[in-house]
Ligand binder design. Structure first.
Ligand SMILES: Cc1cc2nc3c(=O)[nH]c(=O)nc-3n(C[C@H](O)[C@H](O)[C@H](O)COP(=O)(O)OP(=O)(O)OC[C@H]3O[C@@H](n4cnc5c(N)ncnc54)[C@H](O)[C@@H]3O)c2cc1C
Length: 515
């Protein structure tokens, strides 16, 4: 990638800053329209919010309650498109809304019927009422006192970081150039005083990269005001950041295949408990924060709020000692008014062009990344006077596309790549054994992530190429030395690199533990 970057003389048609769902989605869209695309990510692909979501491909039942029918319909349509284009990653999941009050069954029953109706031909399966017995059959660990029954509906679930890596690979296959560990540190201006490129740094070599472009797309999510300020220090901030946390428990807290959806917690939020990769994921919160951090930390009151709410709905109260991992993401919410109440802020996406010609796309959600990208590239092409070319991503298969990936067992999330990883395991049986008894990940996945998916650090492998850190932080720490050795062999690194990587990973992973 670096060689190709250095060899390029002419400006890039579209230069994308930020390698989250938004930026990588824009890179896929622009590259598949045959524009010349460069994407620069300051850390690893998905290091920001895009690996820290609730893992739902959904219309957002809450937005329906808020009356935002347009957003729900758009998201439901995108949910259907994504399931068609990445069937190896998007799964139908049953969600049960447990009813403890008499009015809940008719109220949520009707609302969820409407939710399903809005999805039209992109539906995931109808909603229906459940008796008390059927509710407990699906959710055997649900608190039984006062339980009357439930309403079941269907939505999508995915692995966010894996989809991101697959999208980055798709972009590369379509001709885009993507670099991780390359922060943009400045912008350049043409004679017309419009932004005409960026200055970035290759963090591994320290080399400064000067990258001219016809249009620069700022897709840095919660960090987008910082990049806007590189071009014009006087811009008015767009983002009111708000963080959401998730607690991860073992599977015994939610042993079935259904998720719990609590439409209204005591402070009016939606809360989910979801089976994910053999564990139970519970979240989330919505807490305004002064500034986005790359490694945000959970606040004590957020942890307590999730534990209390989970205890209300589960027969056995989860405790701090049961938490295997806690992870935090920052929402790039776009300000309206004074932006003090984040729950009321816009969840739609926003495209904003500053006077310098810098185009910023932010807001929205993972589920709508494709539609956001289409909108963004249409605007960027007009701004840069690129030849008009239609968007093709509605029917573009995402890397790894496979109709029956479930047959690959623990390698299912790799889709069409799974047989190649199984080949690595067959060629070297040492790569076939699990790196930790609590998790299914093997050395072959470390080798694959390093060779084929641009993993550069132990954290890249344990947090995003696999999901070890998010599922069980203690197990991930125990795996780090072996992961470092395997990566060092691939990258030609020595013992000092391994020691530094393990120490850095341990320091980071301690932030995912509660005590
Ligand atoms: C708690 C939580 C739960 C969510 N759950 C869901 C869900 O279940 N379903 C759903 O559809 N949506 C969900 N969302 C929303 C969704 O995750 C986000 O909308 C989406 O991930 C935002 O992606 P992004 O690319 O805009 O931002 P990010 O993923 O944050 O990407 C921005 C990237 O820009 C990089 N960057 C910053 N500055 C620079 C620079 N100077 N140079 C180069 N790179 C830079 C960062 O390192 C980062 O990787 C959730 C959000 C949160 C916070």
């Amino acid at each position: 990638m670096l060689r190709r970057l250095r060899a390029r003389q002419e400006p890039w048609d579209v230069l994308v800053v930020g390698g989250g769902a938004t930026g990588v989605g824009v890179a896929v869209d622009a590259a598949s329209r045959r524009y010349g695309v460069l994407l620069l990510e300051q850390a690893d692909f998905g290091k920001g919010t895009s690996s820290r979501s609730t893992k739902l491909v959904h219309g957002g039942v809450r937005y329906l309650e808020q009356g935002n029918i347009g957003l729900v319909m758009e998201a439901l349509k995108e949910r259907g498109i994504l399931r068609r284009n990445a069937p190896h990653l998007v799964k139908d999941l049953a969600f049960v809304v447990p009813n403890y009050d008499w009015w809940e069954a008719p109220f949520y029953g009707l609302g969820l019927k409407l939710y399903n109706l809005l999805s039209g031909k992109y539906g995931f399966g109808g909603s229906r009422m459940l008796s008390r017995e059927k509710t407990l059959e699906r959710l055997p660990t649900l608190a039984t006192e006062g339980l009357r029954g439930g309403v079941v509906y269907y939505d999508g679930q995915f692995d966010d970081a894996r989809l991101l890596v697959n999208l980055a690979t798709t972009a590369a296959e379509q001709g885009a150039m993507l670099l991780n560990y390359a922060p943009v540190t400045g912008v350049t201006f043409g004679d017309d005083r419009f932004v005409d490129g960026v200055i970035a740094r290759d963090l591994e070599s320290g080399e400064e990269l000067r990258c001219p472009a016809r249009v620069v797309v700022n897709a840095t999510g919660p960090f987008c005001d910082g990049v806007r300020r590189l071009a014009d220090p006087s811009v008015t901030p767009m983002i009111a950041p708000s963080q959401g946390i998730h607690l991860v428990f073992d599977r015994s807290f939610l042993p079935g295949d259904s998720a719990i959806m609590v439409p209204r917690t005591r402070d009016g939020r939606v809360m989910f408990a979801i089976p994910w990769h053999g564990h139970t994921l519970v979240g989330t919160t919505d807490t305004p924060i002064p500034e986005a951090q790359l490694e945000p930390r959970a606040l004590e009151e957020e942890i307590q709020f999730i534990l209390d709410t989970a205890a209300q709905y589960l027969e056995h109260d989860p405790t701090r000692a049961d938490v295997l991992s806690v992870f935090v993401g920052v929402r790039p919410l776009v300000k309206v008014g004074d932006g003090t109440n984040t729950a009321a802020l816009s969840r739609d996406h926003t495209i904003h062009i500053d006077q310098t010609g810098l185009l910023t796309i932010t807001g929205g959600k993972w589920t709508t990344y494709r539609n956001m990208a289409e909108d963004c590239v249409n605007q960027a092409a007009t701004l840069a006077r690129l030849p008009d070319r239609p968007c093709v991503t509605r029917t573009l298969n995402i890397h790894g596309y496979h109709q029956n990936a479930g047959a690959f067992g623990p390698l299912a999330v790799y889709g069409a790549d799974a047989p190649a990883i199984a080949d690595l395991q067959r060629a070297d049986p040492a790569l076939a054994t699990a790196l930790h008894p609590a998790l299914p990940y093997t050395g072959a996945e470390v080798v694959w992530g390093t060779r084929e998916e641009m993993a550069r650090t132990v954290e890249d492998v344990l947090a995003r190429r696999t999901r070890a850190l998010f599922l069980n932080a203690r197990a991930a720490i125990a795996m780090a030395p072996q992961v470092a050795q395997l990566m060092a062999r691939e990258l030609g690194r020595g013992e000092a690199w391994c020691a530094a990587q393990v120490a850095a990973f341990e320091a980071l992973a301690r932030g995912y533990l509660l005590s």
